[in-house]
Write a protein that binds this ligand. Structure first.
Ligand code: ZN
Ligand code: ZN
Ligand code: FE
Length: 738
């Protein structure tokens, strides 16, 4: 922004004041001062309309949660916006999800159709008012309204049909609360899409939601009335409290409180077999109003059918969710683009991301190096794209899994959207080497004048973490995930790399094993259990009894057919995936034979391991072959099979084995890193990949590497899962081009 002031003695004071009393959301990157020889004496301070020719560096802000001042007004009977569900000001409210075009003026937002009433207009024009140039400014007289619609009343109507008559915010709100309290499921139109909500203390309602959504086990997020109520449900540290109440208001993973009256009332079906709850506070005024009743906690899960991205258009929302919701609490402010809730946790007293979206995106990320105009298209699961320009990375919000048509559409639209909003273009495109990823296909279909840069998946993981922490030297990259395309036609995923931004060498990995049935082997971890039993059994008798103990009849007969196909190499890809090793152990232990969501088998085994304090380690064999360290998990998996075979008290054997599995995998990482340090002299280690979402594995490995005097880094502002891939691809491409 440009400020012209009459140069006099108070200039230093003025500059200091700008820094000191900047509004809460202001971000000052740099202040440049130059003398301007125009003889004009200003007598007051005015802000003039943005000039779109001149918007050189445009920053589109994220959506921000309701601020304390607006909250006070919202709940103040005497205020003219008392209980108005769309109250906002320059310090809070929607941004990213209402912008259609730049510059960011009301006319370029979805608020354009609401003409401000004289009172709102006066606030908007008054430099001393908190709503000065607040683009979504509105009130009950002139702004958007809410409406409760029963699903049975929708019929062939469009959303707009319901907003023809008088606006009745208060009434809709009361009825919504009544329905929620009586155990009904509501579709609630929010900031970046539709949520599905029900009373979190009503087990039947939560079960009904699971059934209708066809989502068996994946945890639901919970919106809790206020901090007081959160402390009744979960344990919370100072650092966590700060994040939960921040103006971004993400979903934060917190540990369920044991033996508390309220936490006991929270339905077990919200996060089955899980010691954590994903908690968020009400972040829009509408949410806040729902909790003005006696409601304490609401399930707030993405409004979608299993696997699909969150619905954000009214036509899609009404049509698709009418099969799930009993009623709709909607509004008539259009959502311009979809944006999910962010998911974070605190690790090592620091904020770390599992999903970066609302509240954070599209805030650009500073790069520790110059970037040409580059577009990086990411991987497939947890898709994101990332533009590079000069010293900034414009990382998209979490888009979802690109295997889905809707997500692919969002990906393509998102790219042109970002180009327009941030004035971006690209001369280079970076992509994953996996030929079947839709993002790869997108990149390869771009005309030839754009230079194409393929990037190995695990190298991208490492580079993302390096760029986050400004590491500019060769590192040992320990990248453990589910799937990544290797350089040798096998699926990689338990990798030790020696790399910098430009070069990457595979230095070690888990011994390859067959993934029985490819994709199907990921969804049905029992197949991996069968594979290892067969591989490790001493004779046919011990194989038979292990099959009988660990698998059921149906699985055994299926395996007999399957193993013949595998011997012929049908649907039998080789992998070194650490994720699949966790699945293997989980299945052997009988924790998960089938999964409902990505990573479930490993996640539930982690929680099983938390119950044990076993310290035992079963050493993983590490052998050096052709300059590569090969880690064999055979001993470890054999130990687990035997433990299950020989132990009658299965329950403690289960959690002890799960813990020992974690201990041993972590110890094998330390030992391999020590060997690599001896060989190369490198003492900086990067831990990335989806497996490091596992807190137990992460923490053990992080602490023990530190004890061995390594400098250890993990992802923080980006998720360690494939959400970080596009940023890593950008880091590699930018440095290769140099
Ligand atoms: Zn506000
Ligand atoms: Zn108004
Ligand atoms: Fe990955």
């Amino acid at each position: 922004m440009f400020i012209e002031i009459n140069h006099d003695d108070c200039l230093p004071q003025f500059l200091e004041e700008i820094r000191r009393s900047a509004p809460p959301l202001a971000r000052i990157d740099e202040i440049k001062i130059s003398e301007y020889d125009k003889e004009q004496a200003y007598s007051d301070f005015i802000i003039i309309k943005s000039d779109d020719q001149n918007s050189e560096k445009v920053i589109v802000a994220p959506d921000i949660a309701l601020c304390p001042e607006c909250e006070n007004e919202l709940l103040n009977r005497k205020d003219r916006r008392f209980h108005y569900p769309f109250i906002n000001c320059t310090n809070c409210g929607p941004r990213f999800t209402i912008i259609k075009d730049i510059p960011y003026d009301r006319i370029n937002t979805t608020m354009q159709k609401f003409e401000m009433c004289p009172e709102c207009q006066a606030e908007y024009e008054d430099p001393l008012n908190r709503r000065f140039h607040a683009q979504p400014n509105a009130c009950g007289v002139c702004g958007p309204a809410i409406k409760l619609i029963l699903t049975e009343d929708i019929g062939i109507n469009k959303l707009s049909d319901f907003f023809k008559d008088t606006q009745a915010n208060e009434d809709s709100l009361k009825k919504s609360v009544q329905l929620l309290k009586s155990g009904k499921i509501l579709a609630i139109k929010g900031l970046g899409g539709y949520h599905l909500a029900c009373d979190a203390l009503n087990d039947n309602a939560v079960k009904k939601l699971r059934k209708r959504k066809i989502r068996e086990a994946k945890p639901f997020a919970v919106m809790v009335k206020d901090i007081q109520s959160v402390t009744e449900i979960c344990d919370i540290s100072e650092a966590e409290l700060k994040i939960l109440t921040s103006y971004e208001k993400p979903i934060l993973l917190l540990r369920k409180k044991k033996n508390s009256e309220v936490s006991e009332k929270i339905s077990d079906s919200i996060a089955p077999n899980n010691p954590f709850l994903g908690i968020m506070l009400p972040y829009t005024p509408l949410h806040k109003l729902l909790f003005e009743s006696s409601l304490k906690a609401l399930v707030m899960t993405s409004g979608n059918k299993s696997q699909e991205p969150i619905y954000y258009t009214d036509s899609e929302g009404l049509e698709e969710l009418s099969k799930i919701a009993d009623a709709f609490l909607v509004h008539n402010r259009q959502i311009q683009r979809r944006c999910d809730d962010s998911v974070v946790r605190i690790y090592d007293k620091k904020l770390s991301f599992l999903r970066r979206a609302r509240g954070y995106a599209p805030e650009p990320i500073a790069l520790p190096f110059e970037s040409k105009n580059i577009l990086a298209v990411g991987a497939e699961l947890k898709g994101t794209f990332c533009f590079g320009k000069e010293r900034l990375a414009y990382l998209s919000h979490h888009l979802g899994d690109l295997e889905n048509f809707e997500t692919l559409k969002a990906f393509e639209e998102g790219i042109s959207d970002f180009q327009k909003l941030f004035d971006l273009r690209f001369d280079y495109i970076a992509y994953d080497k996996h030929p079947d990823y839709l993002s790869t296909k997108y990149a390869l279909a771009i005309p030839d004048n754009i230079i194409k840069i393929p990037v190995q998946h695990h190298h991208a993981h490492a580079a993302a973490c390096m760029a986050e922490h400004n590491i500019n030297e060769p590192v040992i990259g320990v990248i453990f995930d589910g799937t990544g395309y290797g350089e040798d036609d096998t699926i990689w995923g338990g990798e030790f790399l020696i790399c910098d931004y430009v070069n990457c060498e595979r230095a070690g990995h888990f011994e390859n094993f067959i993934l029985p049935g490819g994709e199907q082997g990921i969804k049905e971890p029992w197949r991996l259990a069968a594979l290892w039993i067969e591989k490790l059994a001493e004779n046919s008798d011990s194989k038979k009894s292990a099959f009988k103990k660990i698998l059921n009849e149906e699985q055994i007969s299926k395996w007999n057919i399957l193993s013949k196909a595998l011997q012929q190499g049908i649907n039998a890809p080789y992998t070194s995936s650490a994720g699949r090793l966790f699945d293997s152990a989980s299945a052997i232990l009988g924790i998960n034979h089938y999964i409902d969501y990505e990573g479930q088998a490993a996640i539930e085994m982690e929680f099983e391991a938390w119950k044990s304090d076993a310290l035992e380690v079963i050493p993983v064999d590490i052998e050096e072959k052709n300059n590569l360290f090969i880690l064999s998990p055979k001993n470890l998996l054999n130990y687990i099979i035997e433990k299950i075979m020989n132990n009658d008290k299965v329950e403690s054997a289960k959690s002890d084995s799960a813990k020992i599995f974690h201990n041993s995998i972590s110890e094998s990482i330390i030992r391999t890193c020590l060997k690599l340090r001896e060989k190369t002299g490198i003492r900086t280690v990067i831990l990335s990949g989806g497996c490091f979402q596992n807190l137990l594995l992460l923490d053990m490995t992080f602490q023990n590497l530190n004890k061995e005097n390594f400098n250890v880094y993990t992802n923080q502002i980006l998720p360690p899962n494939d959400g970080c891939i596009s940023f890593g691809q950008l880091a590699i491409a930018a440095n290769k081009i140099k």
